[in-house]
Design a protein around this ligand. Structure first.
Ligand SMILES: Cc1cc2nc3c(=O)[nH]c(=O)nc-3n(C[C@H](O)[C@H](O)[C@H](O)COP(=O)(O)OP(=O)(O)OC[C@H]3O[C@@H](n4cnc5c(N)ncnc54)[C@H](O)[C@@H]3O)c2cc1C
Length: 426
């Protein structure tokens, strides 16, 4: 890993721990991100302050071929699988959390349409049609360097996975007409396509569609009727520019489908590991907070007075506590990467909820300890720690698996078999 700042002092760990256990491809892709990292970290300062998207990072990612990271090799991509992507995402998060989180929204479209769709049940005709349509999306990502966003959230129960999407797609000649509203759309105003989850409004469907009628459509950013709305001045992850999107009679052709009609519900229930792709970003943020703390206590932060603080036992204990939590989070991320598969059993799903919760809450905890340990001077905006602290707070608020919802689901699964219910008590 290249990090000129620490050439002679502290040498940060590899994001995966023992890099020797990785495949050559995993090592190479992580290194590719590590090469870009110092530039991302430098730009993060301005984009955090402005709450603007680091467009130069997008160009760097494109030039490095990373916009096609999970696009199959046969389609011109790098062909990385889910597990490899998690590691790459964590490395990116260590340099710029907002870039890694936004990148996740883009990569998710290729994972849903690629590796996940390959594992689903489809008829022969559906599969052939999907192959044709996804090759169009993959070509856009790889050959044209197009960026896909993933606006799912609507501010209601849909993003938590318990209600149909309020955004609706009505079938029309040659495509669909989309109406609705999405909130918190990372890459708003920057993405070329918005991978929108909506409900297919079937004629005669009295309730206006169920969760099984979910559709996944890539809406072009310049489609008439699509507008980006609202301001963006949040606590953290400011560079994601997650503004709102309004869809008013937006027409998209049939080839906008990222998955065949009705397949998203199957994908979401059979491949729950997809929802854990958010957490490596936050592991990366936690790693950055730990790295900063070690450098700070060793008086190796550039531009700071050379005052060492490492000799105090309280600092040593605090940094040990941070390291323990960081290694636990890293181990859990590696476990998630190993466990991911179609139709995980109940135990695997419970491990997944536990891991996701631990990484998201753990990242914020590590950043909290970093702030307490480094002290007041480390909170200046000229240093990255206060940004890491703010960014880390966002992880466990992200649907569908907020920290609270992980507890809800895990607690229920710990105590009930799938078909068990309690007697109603009046
Ligand atoms: C920096 C950032 C970037 C984001 N980017 C994206 C993006 O690109 N795409 C996207 O789709 N979303 C994105 N989100 C949105 C995110 O995933 C959540 O949808 C959003 O944070 C939810 O906020 P809310 O106030 O609407 O939550 P609410 O829905 O009001 O929920 C508040 C809390 O209540 C709990 N809760 C919610 N529903 C239930 C339920 N049914 N049962 C029990 N408890 C429940 C949860 O713990 C939740 O944290 C982003 C969020 C942030 C902070």
């Amino acid at each position: 890993m290249t990090d000129p700042v620490v050439a002679t002092g502290y040498r940060p760990s590899h994001i995966a721990g023992n890099a020797a256990l990785l495949t050559p491809m995993q090592r190479e892709l992580i290194d590719r991100v590590a090469q870009l990292g110092p530039r991302f970290a430098e730009r993060a300062v301005r984009h955090d302050r402005e709450a603007s998207f680091p467009v130069q990072n997008r160009e760097d990612l494109r030039a490095a071929g990373l916009l096609g990271i999970c696009v199959p090799r046969a389609q011109g991509g790098l062909g990385a699988d889910y597990a490899t992507y998690l590691l790459v995402s964590a490395e990116m998060g260590r340099w710029c959390g907002a870039t890694a989180l936004s990148f996740n929204m883009h990569v998710a479209a290729s994972l849903w349409a690629g590796e996940i769709a390959d594992a689903l049940d489809m008829s022969v005709d559906q599969r052939a049609d999907h192959d044709r349509k996804r090759s169009l999306h993959f070509r856009r990502m790889v050959a044209e360097g197009r960026l896909y966003a993933q606006p799912f959230s609507e501010g209601g129960a849909a993003a938590a996975g318990v209600a149909p999407w309020g955004t609706v797609a009505r079938k029309t000649d040659g495509g669909y007409v989309v109406n609705g509203r999405k909130i918190f759309a990372s890459l708003a105003g920057v993405a070329d396509y918005y991978g929108v989850l909506c409900t297919l409004d079937l004629p005669g469907h009295a309730e206006g569609g169920t969760r099984d009628d979910a559709m996944y459509l890539a809406v072009p950013a310049d489609a008439p009727g699509l507008t980006v709305q609202g301001d963006w001045d949040p606590l953290g992850m400011r560079g994601t520019v997650s503004r709102n999107l309004e869809f008013t009679d937006v027409f998209v052709p049939e080839d906008a489908r990222l998955m065949p009609e009705g397949l998203y519900a199957q994908a979401a229930s059979r491949f729950p590991h997809m929802f854990a792709t958010l957490s490596p970003t936050y592991l990366g943020v936690a790693q950055a907070a730990y790295d900063f703390t070690v450098r700070y206590l060793r008086a190796e932060v550039p531009g700071m007075p050379a005052v060492k603080r490492r000799m105090y036992p309280t600092k040593q204990h605090a940094v040990a506590e941070m390291r323990i939590r960081l290694e636990a989070a890293r181990a859990l991320m590696l476990q998630v990467a190993r466990d991911a598969r179609i139709d995980p059993d109940t135990d695997t799903r419970m491990r997944l909820f536990a891991a996701h919760h631990s990484i998201m809450e753990g990242a914020n905890d590590i950043c909290r300890l970093a702030v307490r340990t480094c002290g007041g001077q480390a909170l200046l905006k000229s240093l990255p720690l206060e940004r890491l602290y703010r960014d880390s707070r966002c992880g466990s608020l992200m649907l569908p698996w907020t920290a609270e919802l992980c507890l809800d689901r895990l607690g229920r699964e710990c105590l009930y078999q799938p078909d068990e219910q309690d007697e109603v008590i009046d």
